[in-house]
Design a protein around this ligand. Structure first.
Ligand SMILES: CC(C)(COP(=O)(O)OP(=O)(O)OC[C@H]1O[C@@H](n2cnc3c(N)ncnc32)[C@H](O)[C@@H]1OP(=O)(O)O)[C@@H](O)C(=O)NCCC(=O)NCCS
Length: 148
């Protein structure tokens, strides 16, 4: 796990479009975030044996961190990449003083909901028709615990 660098932008943009076809972040937004131009947002990337396998984006504002994006390349799914990215996000959030880690997930995203349940997140709110296609968002939270 490491912070994203400019050389990761193309891979992030590609995976963003695969993983979030309904509402991908634009390449401009991703470039700005990786370049450090968005004051609260950090991209972390995961590599296994020099193979690029996923990324997460986290925003930290005072005591609250928000997991904004997380995705694993299809070929590496169900190998623990997202779990490891959540650990890295947690460590980043804790280093910056966050105590709570929040996120939004589509109600129908079975894989992500199982991932988050396993990582200790619990539901704190629902946002009806939150997404462009009319799907509800579920807001989840867990404590930041600085995973060793
Ligand atoms: C959701 C996503 C990030 C999971 O990534 P991953 O690297 O495959 O997840 P992990 O291998 O770390 O899985 C950890 C646990 O999450 C759960 N999980 C992950 N994918 C699952 C699936 N497809 N079905 C059921 N449970 C799943 C399992 O409990 C899994 O543990 P196990 O493999 O020991 O059973 C990945 O499917 C993805 O990129 N999806 C598209 C983008 C997305 O939806 N992001 C979340 C937006 S809120």
């Amino acid at each position: 796990m490491r912070r994203a660098a400019l050389g990761d932008i193309d891979a992030i943009v590609d995976l963003e479009e695969t993983a979030f076809p309904a509402d991908p972040w634009s390449s401009v937004l991703i470039e700005e975030a990786v370049a450090g131009l968005l004051p609260t947002t950090t991209f972390l990337v995961a590599e296994i044996a020099a193979r690029w396998v996923g990324y997460a984006a986290v925003s930290v504002v005072q005591d609250v961190a928000e997991l904004q994006r997380i995705a694993t390349v299809v070929a590496a799914r169900r190998t623990g990449v997202a779990d490891a990215l959540i650990d890295a996000v947690d460590a980043h959030a804790g280093e910056r003083g966050a105590e709570r880690l929040l996120l939004e997930v589509r109600e129908a995203n079975v894989a992500a909901r199982a991932l988050y349940a396993g990582a200790g997140f619990t539901e704190i709110a629902r946002r009806p028709r939150y997404y462009r296609d009319g799907t509800d968002a579920i807001v989840l939270e867990r404590s930041v615990r600085m995973t060793p």
